[in-house]
Design a protein around this ligand. Structure first.
Ligand code: C2E
Ligand code: CA
Ligand code: CA
Length: 568
């Protein structure tokens, strides 16, 4: 039997009004299930007895879905439950679905799922919204809520944010996402155990939920990552204030089991739909902003700006275009001579990679090499460089040009591979190059990674007659230990030290590198030398091998040939 109410009056209808069958009623009741129908045209609401018995009571009085939800839903969930309905009625979602809590007649809190869609009444053609109500057991809930904090989970967050983006575009409003990452959460877990870690997450949730009140909603995206959804704001200062309040609130440590645990957070903020219309992209942008916060020393809040995504898109484009650079013949090598300043003779040449992309134009190796290293493509590029440089060098030797060293930059990613030495020696053989003219240049930071591994790799190269130069010497966190442990031949003093060689401090640094090199029998090359004064000061200090614009810029293959021909 269904109770049908119209305005204040109560009409008793039969199950047939809903096309139902009375035998279903006990099935409904036993399973905490029911059916409902809102006749929108007539403003009438039909609800199966089982629903009334479950939560509303026989005296419930409603003639629309909105009124039904108000009486059915647990107080704290009414706003969300009504929003699910208006989202559907406004056409933001294809069917009506809402999960919220109810307080049963016996004062228990239960979760229910309402599902439905528009229908047409078979008898009079009036417009209806009809559907079912189901009790949702905990397992179902976990689909939307995080089991530890009971906050909305990632899946629910995405659903919600997608709706909000659409709504804000329509209303021409702005909303914000504040992505929060707990600083050093891993060390809390490691030092205090996972139990305390869990308590921290719960307390954090409680603290923030209280702080945010109705202004915003908190969701947990996983691990120690949370997100605050601010559906609407009119002045960005409101968002800054929320971030400030969060930082201030977390100033006091959490008291857990007699211990005091300090919590700090890094935050990244995006504004929607201004920064993006796409939920995934918004999260990615939050990531960029958080990365900045962490980079600047944690416990900070950074607002996303377009520059952050520009550099991301440029990096992706470079990664994509670089893949075709070899096949499309876009790579080239320039050579910069290294002069002996006393004799004015070419001592060696350094090969420098050039990329003239058909899409991006000329891209500096300073920009594309780190990207190639990250994507692993540097291995193919590095191989291409070795082949091209050694092939050219073979021709120079054949033509009798005079040079002692051929210096090649090698990336740590390349060097790490066990085939590296074998590859290099193979190419030497192919082009009849004595390995002894080859000097590979590696940066200081490369050496610090894992000295044991490096020592055996470099010794293997040395055994085959190849020399090793430390590039950009003086810029890394110099550890003198590696000078003792590794078979190094040359130190290339970095341009940043040479730039201010007139300054007494820089001069003292060069002097001490020179005196350190003498007993260790290191050769010194100074790079980035641009003026006559610098050359004079450096030769006075005993640094004779000089590379830089003062003598020559990097030259194309044909230009270096011409130079060789001229000096020969
Ligand atoms: P690097 O090995 O330190 O190379 C020296 C850089 O300084 C070169 O920049 C060179 O053109 C520039 N340079 C030389 N003399 C002067 C000078 O007097 N003044 C100024 N302002 N600059 C000078 P480039 O060619 O843009 O190369 C940049 C970096 O890219 C190189 O730094 C090296 O780390 C990397 N790189 C270049 N080619 C390769 C390569 O084939 N493989 C790898 N792994 N890295 C490479
Ligand atoms: Ca170099
Ligand atoms: Ca360098």
């Amino acid at each position: 039997m269904f109770i049908k109410r119209k305005g204040d009056g109560v009409n008793v209808g039969t199950e047939n009004d809903l096309g139902g069958n009375s035998t279903y009623e006990h099935v409904f009741r036993e399973n905490n299930t029911g059916i409902w129908e809102w006749n929108i045209s007539k403003n009438e609401m039909f609800v199966s007895d089982s629903i009334k018995d479950l939560a509303i009571g026989k005296s419930g009085n409603f003639c629309s879905m909105t009124e039904f939800i108000s009486q059915l839903s647990y107080e704290e969930d009414i706003v969300l439950a009504q929003k699910d309905l208006t989202d559907f009625l406004n056409g933001y979602v294809p069917f009506y679905q809402s999960t919220f809590r109810i307080k049963t007649e016996s004062d228990e809190i239960k979760w229910v799922l309402l599902k439905g869609n528009f229908a047409t009444n078979r008898e009079d053609g009036s417009r209806c919204l009809s559907g079912i109500l189901l009790e949702v057991l905990e397992i179902k809930l976990l689909e939307r809520y995080d089991g530890l904090t009971l906050l909305p989970n990632r899946k629910y967050f995405f659903k919600k944010i997608n709706n909000l983006i659409r709504e804000n575009i329509r209303k021409d409003k702005k909303g914000a996402l504040i992505y929060i990452d707990l600083d050093n959460f891993n060390s809390i877990n490691a030092n205090w155990g996972n139990f305390v870690g869990d308590v921290v997450l719960r307390l954090f949730t409680q603290t923030l939920t209280e702080l945010l009140g109705d202004e915003a909603e908190l969701a947990r995206l996983g691990g120690d990552e949370f997100i605050v959804i601010v559906p609407e704001f009119s002045d960005i200062k409101e968002i800054e204030d929320i971030c400030k309040k969060i930082h201030i609130k977390l100033h006091n440590p959490f008291d857990i089991l007699d211990a005091q645990i300090d919590i700090s957070v890094s935050m990244g903020v995006v504004v929607f739909p201004d920064d993006s219309f796409d939920a995934d992209e918004l999260i990615k942008f939050c990531d960029f902003a958080i990365y900045k916060s962490k980079h600047k020393g944690k416990n900070m809040c950074t607002f996303f700006n377009k520059q952050m995504s520009d550099s991301y898109y440029r990096e992706n484009l470079i990664k994509l275009e670089l893949k075709n650079s070899i096949i499309n013949n876009e790579l080239d090598i320039f050579y910069q001579p290294q002069y002996d300043a006393l004799s004015n003779k070419i001592e060696g040449v350094e090969s420098l990679l050039r990329w003239n992309s058909s899409k991006l134009g000329s891209v500096s190796p300073v920009e594309f090499i780190p990207i190639a290293e990250k994507s692993g493509f540097i291995v193919q590029i590095g191989h291409w460089v070795l082949k091209r440089v050694l092939k050219n060098a073979g021709l120079w030797i054949e033509r009798g040009y005079n040079f002692n060293k051929l210096c090649i930059n090698v990336s740590p990613v390349q060097l790490r591979r066990k085939e590296f030495t074998e590859d290099l020696l193979g190419i030497c053989k192919e082009y009849h190059i004595p390995p002894s003219i080859i000097e590979i240049e590696i940066t200081e930071s490369t050496l610090l990674e894992n000295t044991n591994d490096k020592a055996s790799k470099l010794n293997e190269l040395k055994k085959n007659g190849i020399s090793i130069a430390i590039d950009d010497f003086g810029t890394g966190y110099s550890s003198l230990q590696y000078l003792i442990e590794l078979p190094i031949n040359t130190l290339k003093i970095d341009k940043s030290i040479i730039d201010n060689i007139c300054c007494y401090k820089n001069k003292a640094v060069v002097e001490s590198i020179v005196s350190l090199s003498k007993p260790l029998k290191y050769k010194i090359i100074t790079e980035g030398v641009e003026s006559k004064e610098q050359v004079e000061m450096l030769t006075d200090l005993g640094c004779n091998v000089i590379q830089g614009y003062y003598f020559s810029k990097p030259l194309s293959e044909s230009m270096i040939e011409r130079l060789f021909q001229k000096v020969n």
